[in-house]
Design a binder for this molecule. Structure first.
Ligand code: LLP
Length: 419
């Protein structure tokens, strides 16, 4: 069932009217549905029931402590890419033995933090990083458990900025280099080889790229084992797409993904690891915004809303489509709007020539599918306060990140005496 839906002519998040949240918290504001987060996690987890798979939620998609706590309580681990994300995951009570650390540029400080915490796995992306990790672990009298992120050279992902599995991307080690890098890893004092990792991209709407990746990696696992390495884990990364309502390609149901993966990996004798982000968070949240002005023009009708590209950058950065809907249905007349924010850049445009029921100033609209890569990519550009976040559960709701006031926003800045 959908948890953002219309009741009595207005849109609710679970049992709370969005108009009530707008009145109490102000706009713009992200509103999340706890039931949707839980459902998405459970649907994914159910596909791997009865196996020892580790589902390490990709923290970057939505890293709010309340969200991490909610998912952690349901059994999720965490995929982190920085010391900050690691700190969040630990603070949310996620057990270190369910945490994997990804990313091309881990610093020695971050490695130290993660080794101290005792995380499950480092996904290593280069020879230089391998050496730094071995050094760091050895000085702590430890061995870092690693998988190499191997680049399978498979094209996948909805946009050039989020496609990662091709040769020309910065991610992972080259396919041909894998055997020699594993051999080198085996010779280092601070490294314990435990698996293989891939992540081929994001917003993937077909199973085929995954199937091809598994086939390639399956072959690699055999080669590595024949070389004498112990390969216990296979981390398939994240990337499963979600419907954005743009009539584009429909992603496969998580159950189909799970069935395909289990079948394709059944003879590999590995513990599977997954790093889903968008699939869990994307449709669990909306960005709620108020119309400031309407500006009819000769060729275009502008709808100027109080959310801007600093709050939700996906349309400006990736040309991403987000479904927009008025909170209160009413008007029958349809208008074709360019929906824009108040920021002084033409790029601050959410949608171009989008047909919507006629709207007036002060009315509320929602941007759907904004739970992933929304709030986490927000900034204070134009000295706009960082957009707050609200979590709804049934008829309850709470602010889980508050909107800073101007004093708070300026408090970390100082004016040197020499000016
Ligand atoms: N694992 C790794 C190593 C990743 O780099 C990512 C995402 C994930 C897992 C999670 O992928 P997901 O399941 O969410 O597709 N900001 C962009 C998306 C960037 C994705 C980066 N990596 C957007 O707004 O579309």
């Amino acid at each position: 069932m959908r948890h953002f839906m219309e009741k009595d002519g207005e849109m609710f998040a679970e049992d709370v009217a969005l108009s009530e949240i707008a009145a109490k918290v102000g706009t713009p504001v992200y509103v999340y549905s706890a039931a949707t987060f839980s459902r998405h996690y459970d649907v994914f987890a159910k596909g791997f029931e009865g196996t020892d798979a580790l589902i390490a939620y990709s923290v970057k998609a939505n890293s709010n402590l309340a969200i991490l706590t909610l998912l952690g309580k349901r059994g999720a681990g965490a995929d982190v890419v920085s010391g900050g994300e690691l700190t969040r995951a630990l603070r949310a009570g996620i057990s270190p033995d369910k945490i994997v650390f990804s990313g091309v540029g881990k610093t020695r400080e971050e490695m130290h933090l993660a080794l101290n915490a005792g995380i499950f796995q480092f996904n290593v992306e280069s020879a230089a990083e391998l050496d730094a990790l071995s050094d760091t672990a050895a000085t702590m009298n430890m061995r870092a458990p690693i998988a190499f992120r191997v680049n399978p050279d498979v094209a996948a992902g909805g946009h050039e900025k989020i496609s990662t599995g091709k040769k020309e991307n910065k991610f992972g080690i080259a396919w041909e280099d894998a055997p020699s890098l594993y051999a080198r890893a085996a010779s280092l004092p601070g490294i314990k080889i435990q698996g293989v990792d891939v992540h081929i991209g994001s917003q993937i709407t077909q199973l085929d790229p995954y199937a091809r990746t598994i086939e390639k990696i399956g072959g690699l696992i055999k080669t590595l084992r024949a070389d004498g390495h112990t390969i216990e884990t296979f981390d398939l990364g994240g990337g499963l797409g979600i419907p954005y309502g743009d009539g584009g390609q429909q992603p496969p149901p998580p159950a189909d993904y799970a069935a395909m993966v289990l079948e394709a990996t059944k003879d590999l004798d590995v513990r599977l690891v997954f790093e889903p982000g968008r699939m869990i968070a994307g449709n669990s949240g909306v960005l709620l915004s108020r119309v400031i002005y309407t500006k009819p023009g000769e060729t275009r009708n502008f709808l100027i809303v109080d959310a801007a590209m600093n709050d939700l950058i996906r349309p400006a950065l990736y040309g991403a489509y987000h479904d927009v809907e008025p909170v209160k249905s009413g008007a029958n007349a349809t208008v074709s709007y360019d929906i824009v924010g108040p920021i002084c850049e033409s790029g601050d445009t959410f949608a171009v020539q989008r047909d919507l029921p006629k709207l007036a100033a002060d009315e509320l609209v929602v941007f759907h599918s904004a739970g992933a890569y929304g709030a986490v990519q927000s900034s204070q550009y134009n000295t706009r306060p960082l957009v707050p976040e609200v979590l709804v559960s049934g008829d309850k709701y709470e602010i889980i990140r508050k909107r800073p006031n101007y004093d708070e926003m300026l408090s970390s800045e100082t004016i040197p005496d020499f000016i």
